[in-house]
Design a protein around this ligand. Structure first.
Ligand SMILES: Nc1ncnc2c1ncn2[C@@H]1O[C@H](COP(=O)(O)OP(=O)(O)OP(=O)(O)O)[C@@H](O)[C@H]1O
Ligand SMILES: [Mg+2]
Length: 347
């Protein structure tokens, strides 16, 4: 309770800084608009002056903002049909700058991929061996589904030697909800036979107070990653600050652009340092879905497309949890059962 109060006061104190950033935005936007002058909104298929005006009014002023928009948001903003909005997003993203490398080079880079065990053989099997470096792995699910427990466990497991499923490395934990609990990680590490105190020295925790601060922490992480042999970067939770700050605003375009940039930063950290990025994400009710599980992860397709592995966690009986691999680029969609116990994540 006391912790929460401190966090809230600090958040209030942060606000002037936030304001500065907001005030700077118009100038920033102008630069972006200038840089993308060669491609105006009206150059996109199906966009005439009226639609272009509607888009601008709703905050979609650049081609980039459309490329990273969610279909539903664009439908609300323009009144266009779902299929037209999808086409528009595709056309916009086709026009964004892409970096190419040869498949041979890519293969070479992929051959250096490392893996961290989750602690559960079944869960590891779902990943074909463990959580991979050079990728973003996203765990999403309701409260209590085990998202934080998994990332706590990984903070300990990354420190294990390679033969035991670790990477002999350290962890960086960006905590947006004040949920990191050293004693809980100690409990898990103890079970692995790791030194309880030395182990905590290898977990670097940063509390993020707002979404700009969260992004800044990731932007500035490079140096400390190299200095401390960090092999795991965690963001728990990826979306909560974005979600609360942008709640009730007319447009979500700004939020989606920021999330998009944040995910790019995280992917770059994963690639350049051959490390694992693991993020957690909450779900929201999706009333549009009549059949199946009516929950969808926050952040729309921005988060979905940029996560290499996406796992949906559900509570089952007692300690049991069900994990489902969703949309993996190379693994089948499948499910497994694991447990969250006092000792941590196990089969
Ligand atoms: N020491 C422990 N021993 C056994 N089980 C534990 C222990 N600590 C936590 N758990 C289990 O983990 C659950 C909490 O899971 P977790 O914190 O990972 O939720 P979450 O998915 O991160 O939820 P949220 O969205 O609220 O952050 C508890 O409900 C409990 O079942
Ligand atoms: Mg949590």
């Amino acid at each position: 309770m006391a912790e929460k109060e401190i966090a809230e006061t600090e958040m209030v104190e942060e606000k002037p800084a936030e304001k500065e950033i907001v005030e700077k935005k118009p100038a920033e936007k102008k630069i972006v608009e200038k840089a993308e002058k060669e491609l105006a909104l009206e150059d996109l298929p199906g966009v005439g002056t009226a639609t272009s005006d509607k888009l601008s009014e709703s905050g979609y002023k650049t081609v980039e903002s459309i490329a990273v928009a969610a279909v539903g948001e664009l439908m609300d903003a323009t009144g266009m049909t779902e299929s037209s909005c999808k086409k528009l997003i595709m056309a916009a993203s086709d026009n964004m700058d892409m970096g190419f490398e040869t498949a041979a080079k890519l293969m070479e880079r992929k051959s250096t991929i490392g893996k961290i065990t989750t602690g559960s053989e079944e869960l590891d099997k779902l990943f074909d061996g463990g959580i991979e470096t050079q990728s973003i792995t996203e765990f999403y699910g309701r409260y209590g589904s085990g998202k934080s427990q998994i990332v706590f466990q990984l903070c300990a497991n990354v420190q294990l030697p390679v033969e035991q499923g670790g990477m002999d490395g350290a962890a960086l934990f960006i905590d947006t909800e004040n949920t990191f609990r050293p004693t809980r990680v100690q409990q898990m590490a103890d079970h692995l036979g790791l030194d309880k105190d030395k182990m905590l020295e290898k977990i670097f925790v940063a509390r993020a107070f707002n979404s700009d601060h969260q992004m800044l922490l990731a932007d500035k992480a490079s140096d400390m990653i190299k200095e401390n042999n960090i092999k795991l970067v965690i963001v728990d939770s990826l979306t909560s600050l974005f979600r609360s700050e942008y709640a009730g605003r007319g447009t979500l375009a700004g939020r989606q652009q920021k999330l998009n940039r944040h995910m790019h930063t995280l992917q770059r950290l994963a690639d350049l340092n051959n490390l694992c990025v693991v993020v957690t994400n909450q779900v929201m009710a999706n009333p549009g879905l009549l059949f199946g599980d009516p929950t969808t992860p926050i952040g729309g397709h921005i988060v979905g497309h940029q996560s290499t592995f996406r796992i949906y966690l559900r509570k089952s009986k007692g300690e049991k949890r069900i994990a489902r691999m969703i949309d993996s680029p190379c693994l089948p969609d499948s499910e497994c059962v694991f447990s969250v116990t006092e000792n941590g994540i196990v089969d």
